[in-house]
Write a protein that binds this ligand. Structure first.
Ligand code: AMP
Length: 393
């Protein structure tokens, strides 16, 4: 079964094509486009490439396309990407302005260009559906809660992959299977030694999630993908009273404040250098004060959330790093884990420094009670598996 996974950013289109057999996946092709203003030419070019490379004979050879949709109003899980999903994306487009319009447009493009191809959406929020009400509810009036204002959580596919892969690497097939089948079976009864994971997805956008025996118990992102850790150019956690105060003091409208919080904040706003941590780190080497502060805020925020899940889960067996920063930057990983020997966290500096560029590895010392792992992100595989299961059922 050939499953195409479409990863749509506001200015990018990336895809992976898998041959699926049960939960086994063979990656047949992958590619992408940057600085995208319209998806139609990208989809056309993708199909031409797949046909030219003799991976498929025509669009008819595809069995389904999966979308890693972000936030739907009243919709989550793995569902048909139909009009109801388009309405759900529209319903929360103000909450995820960098993501929802892109997915809605991408889904419509596939609908127009390949109308017979089944379209399936796996929402990023799906992984958090078993988190307790206590951990997802904000202390706001009932009328606000009735609008759906609560913690949803994002990067669900990435953190779910970490749940599966950490269990595999620890040789805990029972938990790996529980994590892989989570969306089918829910959190099944479990007794045995726990595997508690603090999963750090650190990239252009970042989040930390606590995972207990394959199931997420909570995450740093809340109502929108601009909460929790500082993002590349989007604000992380911010006291709600700052917005009315800034609007009053700087004479900004709510829209202007929102624009600044979604485009000029995060690592970019903090450093004044770039939204790319590599540039910020290079500037920080030159004693650039704001760049140093941006790095310190990022590390402090990761530690804040990791500490929160350590406490909530009553400990951890694993800390996992994934995504662009998590996979490639040993110094950030070392700073996150610094001074935690009393908690049982001890990094092996050599193993840490050499684990970069898509490598998987253990970066903790052999005597570290908590294993620290680097795991390349593989969100698309999670989407492909769920789409395959959805189509077959
Ligand atoms: P992702 O969102 O997972 O694709 O990650 C992209 C982000 O990873 C970009 O914002 C880059 O700044 C960041 N990144 C990639 N390599 C490094 C590195 N060696 N050091 C710091 N950040 C990096």
């Amino acid at each position: 079964m050939k499953i195409l996974v479409a990863n749509l950013g506001s200015t990018s289109f990336k895809y992976r094509l898998y041959e699926m057999s049960g939960s086994d996946a063979e990656l047949l092709a992958q590619g992408g486009f940057e600085r995208v203003t319209e998806y139609t030419p990208c989809i056309e070019e993708m199909l031409e490439t797949l046909i030219g490379d003799k991976i498929i004979e025509s669009g008819q050879d595809l069995d389904a396309v999966g979308f890693k949709t972000v936030l739907g109003k009243d919709v989550s899980g793995c569902v048909k990407a139909d009009d109801q999903v388009l309405d759900a994306l529209e319903g929360f487009k103000e909450v995820a302005p960098a993501h929802n319009p892109a997915y809605a447009e991408g889904i419509r493009c596939f609908q127009r260009m390949l109308p017979d191809l089944p379209r399936v959406a796996l929402f990023e929020t799906a992984f958090y559906q078993w988190a307790t009400a206590a951990s997802t509810t904000y202390a706001i009036p009932p009328a606000w809660r009735a609008l759906g204002i609560r913690r949803y959580g994002f990067h669900g596919a990435s953190h779910k992959f970490i749940a599966e892969r950490t269990a595999e690497l620890l040789g805990r097939e029972d938990i790996a299977e529980r994590a892989r089948r989570l969306y089918q079976d829910g959190p099944t009864a479990f007794s045995g030694a726990p595997v508690r994971v603090i999963s750090c997805h650190l990239g252009g956008s970042s989040s930390v999630t606590g995972i207990c025996n394959g199931v997420a118990i909570g995450t740093s992102m809340g109502f929108s993908p601009q909460s929790g850790l500082p993002q590349n150019n989007r604000v992380g956690d911010l006291d709600s009273m700052a917005i009315p105060y800034v609007c009053k003091m700087l004479g900004l409208s709510v829209q202007e404040a929102e624009e600044q919080l979604t485009k000029d904040s995060g690592l970019l706003g903090l450093s004044g250098v770039s939204n790319d941590l590599r540039d910020i780190l290079a500037a920080a080497d030159d004693e650039h004060q704001e760049a140093n502060l941006a790095v310190d805020v990022m590390v402090d925020s990761i530690r804040h959330w990791a500490g929160s899940f350590f406490f909530k889960m009553g400990g951890a067996e694993v800390i996992a790093f994934t995504a662009g920063i998590g996979e490639n930057n040993p110094d950030i990983r070392e700073s996150v884990c610094a001074g935690l020997e009393d908690l049982g966290i001890r990094i092996d500096p050599e193993a840490n420094q050499k684990t970069v560029r898509g490598m998987e590895g253990i970066i903790s010392a052999p005597d570290s009670a908590i294993k620290v792992l680097v795991i390349p992100a593989n969100e698309e595989l999670v989407v492909a598996r769920e789409v395959c299961r959805f189509i077959q059922s």
